[in-house]
Design a protein around this ligand. Structure first.
Ligand SMILES: Nc1ncnc2c1ncn2[C@@H]1O[C@H](COP(=O)(O)OP(=O)(O)OP(=O)(O)O)[C@@H](O)[C@H]1O
Ligand SMILES: [Mg+2]
Length: 483
């Protein structure tokens, strides 16, 4: 006579058998795993390129994906994470998943939330593992199971990265373009050890330098990598980005801009002669997301709309850098000054571009008793760059270079910038050249307008607001000197 217990045993036996079959079926096939256990919202599915990325990971093991912004890069990485953790855990093999990125916020604010999000859409009964609970098995940015663990490490210290070892390793590198070569080398080191190792790197591309670019350019020595380029057309066809978004970015940034090439077309771009490398600007935006400085303006940079421009811009600056941008599209130069009175607090200094129309705003701001000073781009300056080697052709060049130096990862002060598409476009637009006498010259506003079909008002407001003519080598914390 079969008892309930026997029937249960039999059922569990069959389940265990099924699981072990599933585990084997899924072992090399992340897409089969996703098809079997994940329910997409609103009847959705993997975009075709996401499916390709995952199946290529199962087959080629070293995959690097460059794709447009917002096209769904991080999401398949989160699914790869679960595929790997579940299959290796089911097989009772030791495993580790290292997740890394150029900055900590990229991991804590994007990748790990995505990992947690998709764990809620998985059929844990079918997988045969208990659903991990946040704060238990799934610690905030860590998963700990009997046979392995997944964890996050900011890509700063190659030693920290080198330390991880397991028979089965998966490395996920999000925003791989901002990860330095030394870190990539540490990761390559895993492949020297015996075992089953995989690496999935994803990013919007940046400047055509560094390991992520080398892999995509199929440089010698990286032929064991499998690069994938997701095009704008594919992302639009799959409904992950809209044509309207791409067209708006085209109008905003211009076709040949670094921003459009990298973020929309997913091509490596960025001229070496840009005043401020896009990667530095992006790093400042990431830092801004973590800034806890009080939102109280120490300074406000003001770029007053000139003929042909349609917006006046106020850039609000605190001790960490620029934290907010305000665009004013109505009123005249006097109205702008009146508006500024309600925006200032005790001690706020206003820096107004005072060539042309801005002079009216400056005069009115002074009349109102505000601490306002003028910025005259064409004026001479005795300021030198931080090496003390180069002078500048005028204040405009010095002020742009000043912002460049504040953002420089080696020399800079770790200042922050707000997440604003137009600002990223503006700051990455101007080029520089060396003028006679070893002085630095920055592309003129008129030339930029000709090249991009628009002016860089938002960037100029920030550049002016951050400028202090200390006339010597000085850092951001060193608040001496006036404009
Ligand atoms: N195939 C899909 N089905 C359903 N949702 C998806 C799919 N792909 C991505 N998403 C969701 O779309 C959002 C954006 O995706 P994701 O974060 O992967 O894009 P991204 O390319 O990494 O963006 P960014 O360029 O900002 O880093 C996320 O909420 C993600 O869960
Ligand atoms: Mg992402």
């Amino acid at each position: 006579m079969t008892t309930t217990l026997d029937r249960l045993r039999g059922k569990q036996g069959r389940l265990a058998q099924l699981r072990s079959i599933d585990g084997k079926r899924w072992w090399h096939h992340p897409v089969t795993f996703v098809d079997d256990v994940i329910t997409f919202p609103d009847g959705g599915q993997l975009a075709s390129y996401q499916a390709t990325e995952l199946s290529d990971l199962g087959e080629h093991r070293k995959v690097a994906v460059r794709a447009p912004r917002g096209s769904g890069k991080t999401m398949p990485a989160a699914l790869a994470f679960w595929w790997f953790a579940c299959t290796r855990e089911l097989a009772a093999q030791d495993w580790k998943i290292l997740t890394t990125a150029g900055s900590w916020p990229q991991l804590a604010k994007y990748l790990w939330p995505e990992i947690r999000k998709w764990s809620n859409r998985m059929d844990w009964e079918r997988i045969g593992l208990p659903k991990p609970r946040i704060g238990h098995e799934l610690l905030t940015n860590e998963l700990k199971w009997a046979h392995g663990e997944g964890f996050a490490r900011a890509a700063k210290d190659p030693d920290l990265i080198e330390g991880a070892h397991a028979t089965n390793m998966l490395v996920i590198i999000d925003e791989g373009k901002s990860v330095e070569d030394a870190i990539w080398d540490s990761i390559e080191g895993y492949f020297a050890n015996p075992g089953n190792h995989y690496v999935l790197a994803l990013s919007v591309p940046g400047a055509p330098v560094g390991r992520f670019a080398d892999i995509h350019h199929r440089k010698k020595g990286f032929d064991d990598w499998h690069p994938i380029h997701v095009t704008l057309d594919e992302a639009v066809r799959e409904g992950r980005v809209t044509r309207e978004w791409a067209d708006a970015r085209l109008a905003q940034w211009g076709h040949d801009s670094v921003m459009y090439q990298c973020h929309v077309l997913a091509e490596f771009g960025g001229s070496e002669d840009g005043v401020i490398p896009l990667a530095w600007i992006e790093a400042a935006v990431e830092r801004g997301k973590d800034s806890t400085a009080e939102l109280r303006p120490h300074r406000i940079g003001v770029d007053v709309a000139d003929t042909g421009d349609d917006q006046t811009v106020f850039a609000y600056i605190n001790e960490d850098g620029v934290y907010r941008l305000e665009r004013v599209t109505e009123g005249d130069v006097v109205d702008h000054a009146n508006k500024l009175t309600s925006r200032t607090v005790k001690g706020t200094r206003i820096v107004v571009d005072s060539i042309g129309v801005g002079a009216g705003t400056l005069a009115q701001a002074k009349k109102l008793g505000l601490d306002a000073v003028g910025f005259v781009a064409s004026e001479r300056t005795t300021r030198l760059d931080r090496t003390g080697e180069f002078g500048f052709i005028n204040k405009r060049a010095a002020a742009w270079w000043n912002l460049r130096e504040l953002l420089d990862p080696e020399l800079g002060d770790g200042i922050c910038l707000p997440d604003d598409a137009e600002l990223l476009g503006d700051l990455s637009a101007p080029k520089w050249m060396e003028a006679a006498g070893g002085r630095i010259q920055v592309e003129s506003k008129a030339d930029i307008r000709k090249r991009l079909g628009r002016s860089t008002d938002v960037g100029d407001a920030c550049v002016q607001g951050m400028w202090r003519d200390v006339g010597r080598v000085g850092g951001w914390g060193d608040n001496a000197g006036a404009v």
